[in-house]
Design a protein around this ligand. Structure first.
Ligand code: SAH
Length: 664
């Protein structure tokens, strides 16, 4: 027995049978089909985990349990004729074909359809026929069907599918918002015009789309026909257009970003929350924009009250009695020597300036997010350690760059977890009220705004507790709104620099986040709402990074693995060796370096390290599909990078100095 066979048996026992699927035929079919031969190369080791996986074109192979649930509900028998809409990898069709007589499968993406057809043929699934096309219209010729399975979610039930059901036939499909959670429905044809419906619970699928996919090839590598650019390789094309970056401490470094100074908002990303080069580079760019171009707002992916304490320091305001900022996990993100150097610089820059000319430091994040999460975990650790473990996993949902299979398996929520909700929300509410009373929201937020904040916080805490795309969307929408309020409060002509992770800044529509998980983000919202903005991403090939292994865990200095084959980072690393050097800028805006831009329009994987880094499962946990040239307007690359240095322990209290930033 191979490792894959063992893993598959375990998958069927733990994910399928344990969740209540009892049909011997379904269990046997799930035990037979080698799912690892249906996933992308390099992903085989994750094939039997409890979640969907990317298969390219922004699509996914469904979670094994969902495949079993749908096939079970469709009540296939040895004589059944089956239609599947959304063939994707061909996996679900293969499973169905082990029970039914014939399976017809339609896939919207030509490339996926031909790969699935080839794979099924190669593996000997001769009773499956795949074609490319729009499955919402069904498939006239082989109709009627005893069962129809739809693997993508839409708002309506396509009428042709109901019409193509044989008498007594079953249609199983997700119905609901294409951008969120859907209800899995089973519709049984009971007569010529009569149907019965039942609901099988909440699920999340990629959207059911009836238009043909775009033909500009932006999400496929096939637009890179050799010969287009006189046969130069992608590596050469990137190397030729890369602009070498001077040393970060050289004033010429900031000047390299001069070209973006006309934008109202310049958003600076990072590929981890613990890499010194990203902090130092952003500080250099920020100083340049403040000194030479009148930017007065630094808006960071940080809690408002904590950032407000830093702001009081840099703008020479009175220190308050509020607790020292950034004392909660992840402390190193804003308590490190690079940020301390920047706040010191800001304080002296502001010293001899009038109030309007001073640059301030503000937090965009949902009010007290980290403190709230910490409070939830403390409480659950005390009353229900098992629920605390679930919560720790769920907070992975707030970091999209960390694929957590559990985040999709909503069914695993325990009753106790549900029971804790009220108490957790009460505690969060109290914490928020206490912090507002501390004066954390002084200045920009008046009483009315505070009330609004409390109202939206309640909703946020509830969504956060249950995890998922909604909490991410609420968080990034809140960030965008806070940014707009800051710009408005500072008056016309105000300009802002934003510091946040690449996952917040790179336009989500052009990454797996948006395409597969329907998440929006700050960069996308800035493009849509403000327009006049520049999105700048950062990346690295290898080195070290400050990160934890789990939410709330200790900071460790971890080695960053060399970037994977097929990634944006590996392409940049190779371009570096081909002459671009160890640090460079790629200007990705339209009309500048078209040959390079074409290379970077096509889909590649990109690495996202957050406050958590798990090198052991790196491909699954930290890489996602992107189109770099659409995600960002520019990309700064540092081949080898180092971890940030957290501020040293305070001699009195242990841990970080609690006088920060005033004590520095
Ligand atoms: N059953 C597949 C799951 C694929 S995900 C598997 O096991 O791998 C759903 C698929 O539905 C995607 O590949 C998507 O491209 C496809 N899809 C979306 N809308 C479609 C439509 N109108 N017609 C056909 N396929 C569609």
């Amino acid at each position: 027995m191979t490792d894959h066979d063992t893993a598959r048996e375990r998958m069927v026992a733990r994910q399928i049978r344990a969740r209540g699927i009892r049909s011997p035929a379904v269990l046997r079919a799930m035990e037979t089909v080698p799912r690892h031969l249906f996933v992308a190369p390099g992903m085989e080791e994750f094939a039997y985990e409890d979640g969907p996986l990317s298969i390219g074109e922004g699509q996914t192979i469904s979670q094994p349990y969902i495949v079993a649930l749908m096939i079970d509900a469709a009540e296939l028998s040895p004589g059944s004729r089956v239609l599947e809409v959304g063939a994707g990898s061909g996996y679900a069709a293969a499973v169905a074909s082990r029970i039914a007589a014939t399976v017809f499968a339609i896939e919207r993406h030509e490339s996926l359809a031909s790969a699935a057809a080839e794979r099924l043929h190669r593996l000997g699934y001769d009773n499956v026929t795949v074609r490319a096309g729009d499955g919402t219209k069904g498939w006239e010729e082989p109709a009627p069907f005893d069962a129809i399975l739809v693997a993508a979610g839409g708002e309506d039930i396509p009428a042709p599918l109901k019409a193509q059901l044989a008498p007594g036939g079953r249609l199983v499909l997700p119905v609901g918002s294409a951008s969120g959670v859907q209800a899995l429905r089973k519709i049984t044809r009971t007569g010529q015009d009569s149907f019965e419906e039942e609901s099988l619970g909440a699920v999340r699928f990629v959207p059911l789309v009836s238009d043909p996919p775009p033909e500009d090839g932006t999400r496929s590598a096939s637009d890179l026909r050799p010969g287009r650019s006189r046969n130069r390789s992608p590596v050469q094309l990137v190397a030729e257009s890369a602009e070498a970056l001077p040393d970060i401490d050289d004033p010429a470094f900031g000047a390299m970003f001069e070209r973006f100074a006309d934008a109202r908002v310049v958003l600076l990303g990072e590929a981890s929350h613990g890499t010194s080069e990203f902090y130092r580079a952003r500080a250099a760019i920020t100083k340049h924009l403040i000194e030479k171009h009148g930017f007065t707002i630094i808006a960071a992916e940080a809690d408002w009250p904590d950032a407000a304490a830093v702001d009081r320091y840099v703008r020479h305001k009175e220190k308050t009695d509020a607790p020292a900022p950034f004392q909660r996990f992840p402390t190193w993100m804003w308590r490190n020597t690079d940020i301390a150097a920047l706040t010191g610089w800001l304080r002296s820059y502001n010293a001899d300036r009038e109030e309007e000319g001073r640059a301030g430091f503000y937090g965009l994040d949902l009010y007290s997010m980290n403190a709230s999460i910490g409070a939830v975990l403390d409480y659950l650790d005390e009353v229900d350690p098992q629920a605390a473990a679930v919560a720790r996993e769920r907070y992975g949902c707030l970091t999209p760059y960390q694929n957590e299979p559990a985040a999709y398996g909503r069914a695993v929520l325990t009753e106790d977890y549900e029971a804790c909700e009220e108490e957790v929300i009460r505690q969060c509410r109290e914490l928020l009220e206490a912090r507002l009373a501390d004066g954390g929201g002084e200045g920009l937020f008046d009483a009315a705004q505070n009330a609004r904040l409390v109202a939206s916080a309640e909703r946020y805490y509830r969504i956060m507790y249950h995890g998922g795309a909604e909490s991410w969307n609420l968080r990034d929408t809140h960030m965008a709104e806070t940014l707009e309020q800051l710009l408005e409060a500072k008056g016309p002509g105000a300009k802002a620099v934003v510091w946040a992770h690449n996952s917040h800044i790179g336009d989500a529509r052009h990454t797996e986040m948006g395409a597969v998980r329907h998440e929006v983000n700050l960069g996308q919202l800035c493009r849509e709402r403000i327009g006049d903005c520049a999105l700048i991403g950062f990346g690295t090939h290898a080195g070290t990074v400050a990160a934890a292994s789990d939410w709330d865990g200790d900071m460790e200095v971890k080695r960053v693995r060399p970037s994977l084959e097929g990634s944006v980072e590996r392409l940049c690393h190779d371009a570096g060796e081909a002459g671009a050097g160890p640090a460079f800028l790629l200007d990705l805006r339209e009309g500048r370096n078209e040959a390079m831009r074409r290379v970077l329009l096509s889909e590649r994987i990109e690495r996202f390290i957050g406050v958590i880094y798990r090198p052991e499962t790196e491909r699954l946990s930290h890489y996602a599909d992107v189109s770099l040239a659409r995600q960002f307007d520019a990309y700064a690359f540092f081949d080898e990078t180092e971890a940030v240095t957290p501020l040293g322990p305070d001699h009195a209290a242990g841990g970080v100095p609690d006088t920060y930033p005033f004590g520095l």
